[in-house]
Design a protein around this ligand. Structure first.
Ligand code: BV8
Ligand code: ZN
Length: 258
């Protein structure tokens, strides 16, 4: 596919940016084959609603179901690869002060070479004890290979320190965001001169406040999304494009493309 060109005004903003923040959502990983949060879930999970499963109530009611869902998602992420958008951000960060703040719970930014300053909603790969919060050292071998039969229920492992069930390391609806991650994200949003918002529907709070905080602080904010979103009215530029096509073009415009 022919490369796509950013709008000249956007090229100027990218060229002159000294401090860039990238704020990513599930659409960032879509072209890697990870279903977005609001995509219909597939196969075994299609009759479940993520908004329902990603809650403390679902965990209290049926930990084995919730644990199996996260194991399925973690195994899926282990089987896919970062896309050209993830790689472009890692390239861009080599030439510019660029901070990645993500709502995503996958590790594709890291696997492409980015340092993630804040995982606002936690990570699939940081399970911890539901009682004493001790990080669980689960080996990845549990994400068995292609033959891994997705199971609808898997009893969560027990914490080696206190025996309580290990829980997923993600932030559920109704739970506070990790304080340090939120502090870092707000600081970055309020001190950047360019924010690139990529692959988020902008419906989950408080994360969705970040682009508005950047606009208020005087930054140029560009949204990259094939569809308009709740953030479109608030941003400086809204580019109807996908992450894997638009980010390499922005990184190239910043003069650091491969
Ligand atoms: C909080 C981890 C304080 C889990 C996630 C009632 C009670 C309690 C709280 C609330 C309440 N009512 C409202 C709230 C606040 C609530 C909230 O915002 N609810 C929304 C739904 C209204 N927020 C919270 O609860 C937060 N905590 O407020 O704490 C508090 C405490 C106690 C009581 C009250 C308040 C915690 C929110 C964190 C939830 N956890 N994830 C897990 O993953 O299992 S959020 C979840 O949604 C994902 O992490 C995801 O990142 C996030 C946002 O979704 P998106 O990333 O935007 O993904 P989505 O699918 O929506 O959109 C994808 C976009 O990509 C689309 O626009 C699409 O067009 C685009 N796209 C598609 N393909 C591409 C693409 N773009 C580019 N390229 C492509 N190829
Ligand atoms: Zn414990």
């Amino acid at each position: 596919m022919a490369p796509i060109e950013p709008d000249p005004a956007l090229v100027d903003a990218v060229r002159s940016a000294q401090r860039v923040v990238v704020f990513s959502g599930a659409g960032m990983s879509a072209e890697s084959g990870v279903p977005t949060f609001r995509d219909a879930l597939t196969g075994l999970w299609e009759r479940f609603d993520p908004m329902e499963l990603a809650t403390p109530e679902a965990w209290a009611r049926d930990p084995a179901l919730v644990w199996a869902w996260y194991e399925w998602r973690a195994a899926l992420v282990r089987r896919v690869r970062p896309n050209a958008g993830h790689v472009a951000l890692a390239d861009w960060a080599r030439a510019t002060d660029l901070t990645v703040v993500t709502q995503n719970v996958d590790d594709l930014h890291e696997r492409a070479g980015s340092t993630v300053a804040a995982h606002l909603h936690g990570s699939l790969f940081a399970p911890r004890c539901s009682a004493c919060a001790r990080p669980a050292e689960l080996d990845d071998v549990r994400f068995a290979g292609p033959g891994h039969e997705p199971a609808e229920r898997i009893t969560p492992p027990a914490c080696v320190a206190c025996g309580a069930p290990v829980r997923p390391g993600t932030v559920w609806f109704g739970e506070d965001l990790p304080a340090e991650s939120w502090r870092v994200a707000v600081g970055a949003a309020e001190n950047c001169d360019l924010m690139v918002v990529v692959g988020t529907s902008g419906v989950v709070y408080p994360a969705a406040e970040l682009p508005v905080r950047a606009v208020r602080a005087g930054a140029t904010v560009v949204e990259i999304n094939p569809d308009p979103t709740d953030l479109t009215a608030a941003v400086t530029h809204s580019w109807r494009a996908t992450a894997a096509r638009a980010l390499p073009a922005l990184a190239a415009a910043a003069g650091s493309g491969r």
